[in-house]
Design a protein around this ligand. Structure first.
Ligand SMILES: Nc1ncnc2c1ncn2[C@@H]1O[C@H](COP(=O)(O)OP(=O)(O)OP(=O)(O)O)[C@@H](O)[C@H]1O
Ligand SMILES: [Mg+2]
Length: 277
């Protein structure tokens, strides 16, 4: 009898032990899975860190290369403009020189966008007249438009703002180049300014009669590297959006396929007394 009770007790103890060890095994398997998950997470974080480190290094390298390329480009541009003047009477050769100028402008524009993207420099806001910036930008974008393209500019009211001239120039160049690309052979680019009293901003409307933007693309056009062009970097409009942000301005886009696109930009006017230091 005593022996039987002892066996029963032993059996119970054994069952409890089996149960406990089964539970422990289950917990152990769960722990193992968790450790595996954590290891994977860590490896992914390490990979992301490495990617970011490489991107930062590439950004620095791109900025250095861009500066190095700038100098010879400057000389090429100067020489091409001298050639253009000297070849005034020889139409065919002059056109070749013009192609060099156009190529140099394109390269220079890519470099400026790359530098603005890689460095994201702060803005140095100074009293800036938008009429001058817009006219300069148009001159720089010219050469990319075809003969059948009309350009209309209308300045209305105050065009003085506090702005970073170099950044604003690059912003307008990007918008004008996009418009010329979208227009192709024949069409109109119109640029109009007006004052919006309620937002205390100068508004600039950049309107083209070009190809328009597909509805499915419109939410992505300001994303860096989004491009529908064979040879586009997709940096143009992301720079535009950065410049708008650093000026605390706003931008709106409306587009109709095969009819054209309108960008509306608002840049805050500072009260006159804030100009004076
Ligand atoms: N005025 C416009 N008309 C039609 N589509 C436009 C216009 N502006 C921008 N887009 C569309 O938005 C995309 C992104 O423009 P973004 O300027 O950022 O890059 P990109 O012009 O393609 O390349 P990059 O500016 O480097 O030459 C363009 O590829 C084009 O599809
Ligand atoms: Mg562009």
């Amino acid at each position: 009898m005593v022996v039987n009770t002892q066996v029963e007790l032993l059996n119970d103890a054994f069952n409890i032990f089996k149960d406990a060890s089964r539970k422990l095994e289950g917990q152990y398997a769960k722990l193992e899975n968790k450790i595996e998950e954590l290891n994977e997470e860590l490896a992914e974080k390490n990979r992301a860190m490495e990617r970011n480190r490489r991107l930062a290094a590439m950004g620095e390298m791109a900025a250095k290369i861009a500066h190095e390329i700038r100098n010879p480009l400057g000389s090429m541009s100067l020489i091409a403009s001298i050639l253009e003047r000297e070849l005034e009477t020889d139409g065919a050769k002059k056109r070749l020189a013009e192609r060099i100028t156009k190529g140099v402008k394109t390269l220079d524009n890519i470099l400026t966008n790359m530098l603005l993207f890689a460095n994201s420099p702060g803005s140095r806001l100074q009293k800036t007249n938008l009429t001058e910036v817009i006219e300069d930008s148009l001159l720089l974008a010219r050469g990319h438009d075809k003969e059948g393209v009309d350009v209309i500019i209308e300045f209305e009211g105050n065009t003085l703002i506090m702005g970073d001239e170099a950044q604003l120039r690059q912003m307008f160049i990007n918008l004008f180049l996009n418009a010329f690309d979208a227009i192709g052979e024949v069409g109109t680019l119109s640029v109009r300014t007006r004052v919006n009293g309620s937002s205390n901003s100068v508004e600039v409307e950049v309107k083209d009669t070009g190809s328009g933007i597909d509805q499915e693309h419109i939410d992505r056009i300001f994303d860096p590297f989004f491009s529908t062009k064979d040879r586009g970097t997709g940096l143009g409009l992301s720079i535009v959006s950065n410049v708008i942000n650093s000026h605390k301005g706003y931008i709106d886009v409306a587009s109709v396929r095969n009819a054209g696109t309108t960008f509306l930009i608002g840049l805050p006017i500072q009260a006159e007394k804030e100009y004076r230091i």
